[in-house]
Design a binder for this molecule. Sequence first.
Ligand SMILES: [Zn+2]
Length: 334
Amino acid sequence: MASEGIGRKEPLSAVQSVFARKLQSGSPPHAVIVEGPRGSGKRRFALWCAQALLCTSGGDKPCGVCDGCRRVLEGYHPDLHFFGEESTVTVADVRELIRQTGLVPIEGDRSVYLLSRAEKMLSSAQNALLKVFEEPPPGVTIFLLTESRRALLPTVRSRGLTVTMPGLTDEQLYAQLRLTHPRASETELASAVRVAQGSLGEAAAFLEKDAQEACERARDWLDACLSGDVYRLIGSIATGKANRDGLLPVFDVFLRLLSDLLLSRVGGTPVLLREGEAYSLSRRVTKNALARMCGQALVCRERLESNGNVTAALSCFASELCAIAGRTVSRDVL
Ligand SMILES: [Zn+2]
């Protein structure tokens, strides 16, 4: 369990203040939906709330130093329960949660439940949770952590207090990434900030080695497409790892790049590319050709995802892209 949480001496964020006020009023919420993208601090916030609920000091809560606060941070408080940390919460997990909420807390009069990755829960598991989420036994508070509130059933959504984690500003993200990724280039950092849209987790994932390789390869595909040189294009697609898992991220980035060029053609703001770069690249090809490339990339991505033959899918993809570039080649190009 990683040490997370916030000490008392740090100023409260806006979302913490909402919770602190409810706690001070003597009626802490019993069901809280914490929404925010990966890396936005959902878990950290929920743990801070758990500290506030399980703090044993007499003053402002959480004190951050009492036995209760400390054990929440260390992850072994007997009245703090985690679900969905390793795998998606199932109906069986929810039944176990309901059983536990019926028990008397071990130390005080409160118990706290943290359900992670709630957006992955099947409807059946969410339905099983409904009753206890709406009206848990006294002293029980349940936190549902989710990347998207919309992934929850409307009946679940309507029963909890929703707290939306604010994303970081571009400047905050950049400063954090500079510290955590000292070897990343300025271009990589700038791209990560643009792609992440406030989420530190997304930005960090973007800078991982595999993600960077996928970016380089997708860029190579794009440059080859725009060059109109079919041999370069075929060579580019044939080069590199050819396994399904390695290719899917390349297609994702390739689609993002194409979408940047399409956006630039209609006066929009690109996400992955710098504006000037997107503008000049997008002028090298027609809108129609860009849209057709997107279509072919989506078709190939779908074939790969549904376990189609990798070489056949890539061959077809390369052949279709060559056709868009105005050259006919065999469908068995690879
Ligand atoms: Zn405390």
